[in-house]
Design a protein around this ligand. Structure first.
Ligand SMILES: *Cc1c(COP(=O)(O)O)cnc(C)c1O
Length: 410
């Protein structure tokens, strides 16, 4: 059998096992490659690079564990994620970066235990300065000029003055820019951060320990998805050659190399999760067909809102349709699109594989209409390595609810 046929045979086996359809399939091999390739590309140019995995992108603990085993950091934005990293994954505090917006006790704990905290408002800064003892070193988040996050450059002098007056120190600076993932955006962000780092070092007269450039890199993806982005999608090597080179050049005359931290979520996890699902019905409409699956676009992640995901028919591969098929989810929303333009043919009962469902999917779905689906860990051959999450139950949706004064039980 050909390799692809072997993979499809494995997938059919999973699809036919009880309680395992629909299901997320997390490809651990692929995740490890993403992590090590990205890290290697940067370290080739700038050895003191660290990868911090963004938990909000997909906080299933087994993924955090994999990152921890690979020597990566955990990037968390709330006390909930902090607890997942610290207590479910057993991540050492020194490897946790907290970037939340609210003043939370875990910021203090993380700082005192040697972790990193990047404050992004005067309120959070004051909270840290007033509630920590000893020579704590905080990080400062710098906002892009039009962003609601972090401090504007005009506020930095005041921020530094407060930190000095409180007899604390600055550990490093942080910036995470949403919107474009292009090389040009990364170049501008890096340039600006390196300039600000230099200004801060000149004022404080000691070196910063880290420059954290945040996340929002493109990940790897199949060609059909890549084409839809309409710009050159940089590779890990492209990002490294631009960003790591700039950082290396900026610090070549300084005695010590600050840590360059990246906080990818999407770039590490997006293409590592497929959904295995089944076609429930196919309807004929004017010049198209409409197929409904036993998952929804909400299970597939934010990318499904504006792009067509690549779908493969496992049962009947390589069938061409005579009209395009719109592949939809089970919700009662008209625009629950998974692919608006599937070129193949589907029939009721076919098993399909939906690609690129790793980012902002399991972490955002919730209990809308059906419970969230479970997750299995697989390798490149789609051999099952273990269970990562059970399928949700109806009772989970109302477990914390009270009706008529009594706890709900289904
Ligand atoms: C969301 C987020 C990330 C990860 O973003 P991706 O686009 O998934 O790579 C990294 N850092 C911070 C501070 C974030 O808020």
């Amino acid at each position: 059998m050909e390799y692809r046929e072997l993979q499809f045979a494995q997938l059919k086996k999973i699809a036919e096992s009880t309680g395992r359809n629909p299901v997320y399939l997390f490809n651990a091999d692929r995740f490890i490659r993403n992590f090590t390739d990205l890290q290697n590309e940067f370290r080739k140019i700038y050895p003191n690079t660290r990868i911090a995995y963004s938990y909000k992108t997909n906080f299933i603990p087994e993924i955090g564990k994999l990152v921890d085993n690979l020597g990566g950091y955990a990037e968390v934005v709330s006390s909930m994620e902090y607890e997942i990293a610290g207590e479910a994954v057993l991540c050492d505090s020194e490897r946790i970066i907290y970037n939340g917006l609210l003043p939370e006790e875990c910021m203090l704990a993380n700082l005192e235990l040697g972790g990193k905290v990047n404050v992004e408002s005067m309120e959070c800064l004051n909270y840290v300065l007033e509630n920590t003892s000893g020579e704590v070193k905080t990080g400062i988040r710098i906002g892009a000029p039009d962003s609601r996050f972090g401090f504007q450059e005009s506020e930095l002098f005041d921020v530094l003055a407060r930190i000095v007056a409180a007899k604390k120190k600055v550990a490093g600076i942080h910036c995470h820019v949403g919107g474009s993932r292009s090389l040009e955006t990364w170049k501008k962000k890096t340039q600006r951060m390196l300039r600000i780092a230099k200004d801060i070092e000149n004022i404080l007269r000691y070196p910063l320990e880290y420059i954290d450039l945040g996340g929002h890199l493109y990940g790897r993806m199949d060609d059909d998805l890549r084409k839809q982005f309409g710009e050159d999608v940089p590779t890990f090597q492209d990002y490294a050659e631009t960003v790591a080179t700039m950082v290396r050049d900026a610090y070549k005359d300084r005695g010590s190399m600050p840590q360059l931290i990246l906080e990818p979520g999407t770039a590490l996890v997006a293409d590592t999760v497929d959904i295995l699902a089944t076609v429930q019905n196919v309807k004929n409409r004017k010049e198209k067909k409409v197929a409904t699956l036993n998952v929804s676009s909400y299970d597939c992640g934010m990318v499904a809102d504006y792009k067509d995901l690549t779908v493969e028919n496992i049962t009947d591969p390589d069938q061409k349709g005579n009209v395009p098929t719109v592949i939809c989810g089970y919700t009662c929303m008209e625009e629950d699109y998974i692919s608006r333009n599937y070129p193949g043919a589907l029939k009721t009962g076919d098993n399909v594989l939906i690609r690129n469902c790793g980012a902002y999917s399991a972490s955002m779905k919730g209990d809308f209409i059906f419970p969230p689906i479970g997750m299995l860990m697989v390798n490149d051959n789609y051999e099952v390595l273990g269970l990562m999450k059970e399928h949700g139950r109806s009772r989970d949706a109302v477990e914390r609810c009270v009706v008529g004064g009594k706890r709900c039980v289904i």
